[in-house]
Design a protein around this ligand. Structure first.
Ligand SMILES: [Zn+2]
Length: 254
C-alpha cells in the first residue's frame, strides 16, 4: 500500500494538498475537500515561513517538501498518518474531513450555548479549523522531529515518537496562538464519533471495533487535556463514561 501511495505522490509538486479522486463525492463534499486542501496548503506555507524566519532552515525544508494528501485510502478510525519512505507525506482521511465539516459546527454551537462563559473563551478559529490544525501540526511534528515508526515498532518507540510529534505541535500552536484550550483533538474525535453514529451499518463487528477505538481515543484526549474548558466539553458529551452513543443525542436535543 505504501509503495502504491508513494508512486502516486510523485505526480504532485511541493505544496500540493490534493484529494483522491477515485471515490464518488457529491458536489458539496467535493467543494469541502477542495477548500480544506487549500486551507492545509496555506498553513503549510505559514509553517515554512515561520521556520525560515526563526532560522530553522532544515525544518523549513522538511515542511516544504512534505506532500499533504487527502485520501480515501484510510478507513475510520484512522484520521491521518505521516509516512516517510523515499518521500515525506501526510495522508488525511477524506471521511475525517467530511465528519469534521459536518459535526464540528454542531459541537461548537452546543459549546457556545451551554458551556461557555464568554469571558474565559477567546479563540480566533472556528472549531472545524482548530480540529484540522491539530491534525496538520501533529502529523507535521512527526516529520519535523523525524519521529517515525513502523507498524511493528515497540510500544515504547511508538509512545516516544508520538510524544515528540505532539511536543513539536504543542510548541508551534503556542507560537501561533492556536488552540490554547486544547480542544482540537477532542473536536476531531467527537466529530468522527458523531459521523460514525450516523452511519447506516451499525451491526457489524468492524463497526463495533471502530467505535471502541474511537471511544477510547476520545477518552484519552479528554483525559490528557489540562484545559478546564475541554473538561466542560467532554463531560456533557459523555454519559457514565460512554462518550460515543450519547453525542448525536446530545447534539440533536438542541
Ligand atoms: Zn502521531
Amino acid at each position: 500500500m505504501i509503495r502504491k501511495l508513494l508512486s502516486a505522490i510523485l505526480l504532485f509538486a511541493t505544496y500540493s494538498a490534493v484529494y483522491a479522486d477515485s471515490r464518488q463525492y457529491t458536489d458539496d463534499e467535493r467543494s469541502v475537500l477542495a477548500e480544506t486542501a487549500l486551507f492545509l496548503e496555506n498553513w503549510q506555507r505559514r509553517l515554512v515561513s515561520y521556520a525560515e524566519n526563526s532560522e530553522q532552515l532544515n525544518t523549513a525544508e522538511i515542511i516544504q517538501t512534505t506532500s499533504i494528501r487527502i485520501s480515501n485510502e484510510l478507513t475510520l478510525p484512522s484520521i491521518a498518518y505521516a509516512f516517510h519512505e523515499s518521500n515525506r507525506e501526510i495522508l488525511i482521511s477524506d471521511e475525517y474531513i467530511l465528519a469534521v465539516n459536518a459535526y464540528a459546527p454542531l459541537i461548537e454551537a452546543y459549546f457556545s450555548e451551554h458551556l461557555q462563559d464568554t469571558t474565559e473563551y477567546e479563540e480566533t478559529f472556528p472549531f472545524y479549523k482548530l480540529a484540522l490544525l491539530d491534525v496538520l501540526f501533529h502529523e507535521m511534528g512527526h516529520h519535523a522531529t523525524d519521529a517515525m515508526y513502523s507498524s511493528n515498532a515497540s510500544r515504547y518507540r511508538v509512545a516516544k515518537a508520538e510524544k515528540e510529534a505532539e511536543n513539536w505541535s504543542y510548541n508551534q500552536k503556542l507560537d501561533f496562538g492556536i488552540d490554547k484550550y486544547e480542544l482540537g483533538r477532542i473536536i476531531s474525535l467527537f466529530s468522527v464519533l458523531a459521523y460514525h453514529s450516523s452511519m447506516p451499518n451499525t451491526d457489524s463487528d468492524n463497526y463495533r471495533w471502530q467505535r471502541a477505538v474511537l471511544e477510547s481515543s476520545a477518552h484519552q484526549a479528554c483525559f490528557m487535556s489540562s484545559s478546564h474548558l475541554s473538561t466542560k466539553l467532554c463531560n456533557p458529551l459523555s454519559n457514565d463514561g460512554v462518550i460515543g452513543d450519547n453525542i448525536l443525542t446530545v447534539l440533536a436535543a438542541d
